[in-house]
Design a protein around this ligand. Sequence first.
Ligand code: ADP
Length: 277
Amino acid sequence: MAENNGSSCSHTGESNPEELDKAVQDCLRQIKHKLLVFSGKGGVGKSTVAVNLAKAFADTGAKVGLLDIDFHGPSVPVMLGLKGYQAIQGRDGILPYEEGNLKVMSIPFLVGQEDAAVIWRGPMKMHVIKQMLGYVSWGELDYLIIDSPPGTGDEPLSVCQTIEDADGAVVVTTPQDVAVADVRRSINFCEQLKLPVLGVIENMSGFVCPKCGEVVNIFKSGGGQEMCQQMEVKFLGSIPLDPQVVEMGDAGKVFSAEATSGPAQQAFAEIVQKLEL
Ligand code: ADP
């Protein structure tokens, strides 16, 4: 765990709503780029994309924060081997988990993995999102990657309302989803909120053979790109179904040196290059 950087970004203790809003704004002002990672539904690899994008940005030497506010399935602690990790209070705020130039905050770091989905309900969630920005010592960052709740309901709406000056959203889909309304709904949702769509990532696109490394298209391919053309949004790229992604995620090693090679990792690095911020 790194030392608190003494930044004035965060605050301690309870405060009134105006103070909390000010703390959030003070925090956001120190972060150059804020990216929301969305998906039309759960299970398409939204958290996997958020974690790997954070890693790919950090690999460029940038200062990166990863904020996991997926209340229903906070999988970031598992993917990073941080299950059971409890955040502690620093001098100026709650300390995020820190590893090199990466900082991470996830709901279970504050309330435990089991309680995360149970405790925070309704309007409390908005409050918690704000606290995870305003009361956490993020300090100065080049990028904040936000793993948002799935769908287009109240929760992602709260996230957008809290982070008004976000650069935009990265929308994650799978090849099977592109024909259905989910992804389109996510894009329309962003448009209604005047949140730029930075692009669409097609995850689980093709299978990487663990024996020979060749990519086999199990589902159809090219559907994501086609949909992007129709909806006039940028196609950021495809991430193959890669056994290494599951292994590293389950073993909590997504940030480890072991997880730096392979077709999926390469695809994430290329996507980071394509993002126009
Ligand atoms: P979501 O956040 O959309 O619910 P997750 O990121 O938790 O989805 O991913 C669901 C499961 O799929 C996880 O076990 C994850 O390791 C696996 N997964 C995601 N993307 C890939 C991929 N490209 N290759 C292989 N497994 C993947």
